[in-house]
Design a protein around this ligand. Structure first.
Ligand SMILES: [Zn+2]
Length: 353
C-alpha cells in the first residue's frame, strides 16, 4: 500500500462517524467511509437469515479529484486465486491522491469457498455466487450476498469489472467477455474497456439476460442497470502465476486510465481474437480423465482432446472437439463426473464486432 493510503487509513480511523457520513465529500460503501483523497476499509455486511451472516471485505478509494465510480470485484468463486490476488495487488497500489473519482474494490466475495477450498460454489448453500443476481434479502447466504452487493456496489458504481480465473479443476487460458446490451453508447464504452483491459482473446457474449430483475451474473446486473461492465478471466487450476496476476492487475489499471480515473494513457490490445461462441464438451461418463491437448491450443472439429477411462483403465469415452477453435479451458484434474465439462472451445469470429 502506498504511504499516502496508509496515512489515509490512519487519519480516517480518528474521524468521528458523524463527520464521515455527512457532507458531499465523503463516500460510503458498507461500513467503509472515505473522504476525498483518502482510502478506507470495511465490510459489506450480509445479515444472518436461514443460514449464517457473511461479512465481505471492501476497500474504498475516494479520489482527490472528481470522476466516476468504478467497482472491481473478484472471488465469487473463492478458489479462483489468481483473480483474488490480483485485486489484493490493486488495493496495495492505488493512491487516492492521484485518483479521479472513486474506486470500490471487493477482492473476496465467497469467503467460505476460499477458506474451505471448495470450488465453484458457496459451501454454505451449494450455490454459485455468480448465478443468483440481483439476489434476495430472504434467500440463502448466496442470495443475500448478491442482494447486498447489488445495493452496495452495483447501484453505487458507474462501471464494473468482475474478475475470475480458472477454478481448481479448470486449465484455462486468459480471456475476457464483452456482452452487447443493444445500447450503442454503453456498448462502445464497454468495448473500449475490454480492449483497454488487454487480454487478447475476447468472447462476444450473446446469451446474457436482458431483465434487470433476473440478471443472474454480476456483470449483467451492472449492464442491465446501464453501467458499462466486463468480465475477465486469468489463472489456471488454483495456481497463482505472476503472469496471470499481473495481466489482471495491470488490466484494471489500464481500464482506470482509459476512463481517465488515473493519469496516463491506456494501451488497448491490438487485433484481439474475438470469439463468437463457446461450445462445451461434457462427459457422459464418470471416470478418470486424461487430457491430450493444452489450454490455448487451436483444434479442428473431431480432434482428440483426451479420453476418459473407468477406474480399471478401460476407455469409456473418446473426447473429441465438437468445434474448430481455441481450447479456452480443459479439465485440469483426473476426477471426471458424468455431466461435467471436459473442455470449452471458443469459435473464432470471422470479423471483429
Ligand atoms: Zn469464476
Amino acid at each position: 500500500m502506498p504511504r499516502a493510503a496508509i496515512a489515509a487509513l490512519v487519519i480516517l480511523a480518528g474521524v468521528p462517524l458523524a463527520a464521515r457520513g455527512a457532507g458531499a465529500n465523503a463516500f460510503t460503501v458498507g461500513t467503509a467511509t472515505a473522504t476525498e483523497g483518502h482510502a478506507a476499509t470495511g465490510t459489506i455486511d450480509v445479515p444472518a437469515g436461514v443460514d449464517p451472516a457473511l461479512h465481505i471485505p471492501v476497500a474504498l478509494f475516494h479520489g482527490a479529484w472528481p470522476g466516476p465510480v468504478m467497482a472491481l470485484v473478484s472471488g465469487a468463486h473463492g478458489t479462483e486465486y489468481a483473480s483474488i490476488i490480483a485485486l489484493e495487488k490493486v488495493i496495495a497500489q492505488i493512491d487516492p491522491t492521484e485518483l479521479s473519482g472513486t474506486l470500490i474494490v471487493v477482492p473476496l466475495v465467497n469467503i467460505p469457498s476460499f477458506e474451505q477450498k471448495v470450488p465453484h460454489v458457496n459451501p454454505v448453500d451449494g450455490k454459485s455466487m455468480n448465478r443468483f443476481y440481483p439476489g434476495r434479502a430472504d434467500g440463502t447466504q448466496t442470495d443475500r450476498a448478491a442482494y447486498a452487493i447489488t445495493r452496495e456496489v452495483v447501484e453505487r458504481c458507474d462501471y464494473l469489472i468482475d474478475l475470475h480465473g480458472g477454478d481448481l479443476d479448470e486449465s484455462l487460458r486468459p480471456y475476457s467477455y464483452w456482452a452487447r446490451t443493444g445500447n450503442e453508447k454503453q456498448d462502445a464504452v464497454s468495448r473500449g474497456m475490454v480492449l483497454a483491459f488487454g487480454l487478447d482473446h475476447i468472447i462476444i457474449a450473446s446469451d446474457r439476460p436482458r431483465d434487470a430483475n433476473a440478471s443472474r451474473y454480476l456483470e449483467t446486473t451492472a449492464a442491465t442497470r446501464g453501467k458499462p461492465s466486463i468480465t475477465v478471466e486469468a489463472g489456471s487450476a488454483g495456481t497463482v502465476e505472476t503472469e496471470d496476476v499481473d495481466a489482471l492487475a495491470n488490466g484494471c489499471f489500464s481500464v482506470l486510465r482509459y476512463l481517465k480515473m488515473l493519469p496516463g494513457s491506456a494501451v488497448p490490445v491490438e487485433h484481439p481474437v474475438w470469439i463468437e461462441r463457446v461450445v462445451t464438451l461434457s462427459s457422459d461418463h464418470t471416470g478418470i480423465f486424461y487430457p491430450r491437448v493444452r489450454r490455448g491450443t487451436y483444434v479442428e472439429t473431431g480432434m482428440k482432446l483426451g479420453y476418459v477411462t473407468d477406474y480399471l483403465g478401460k476407455t469409456v469415452l473418446e473426447a473429441r472437439s465438437p468445434a474448430e477453435g481455441v481450447v479456452l479451458f480443459i479439465a485440469a484434474l483426473p476426477s471426471m463426473k458424468k455431466g461435467e465439462t471436459i473442455a470449452n472451445i471458443g469459435v473464432v469470429a470471422a470479423r471483429a464486432p
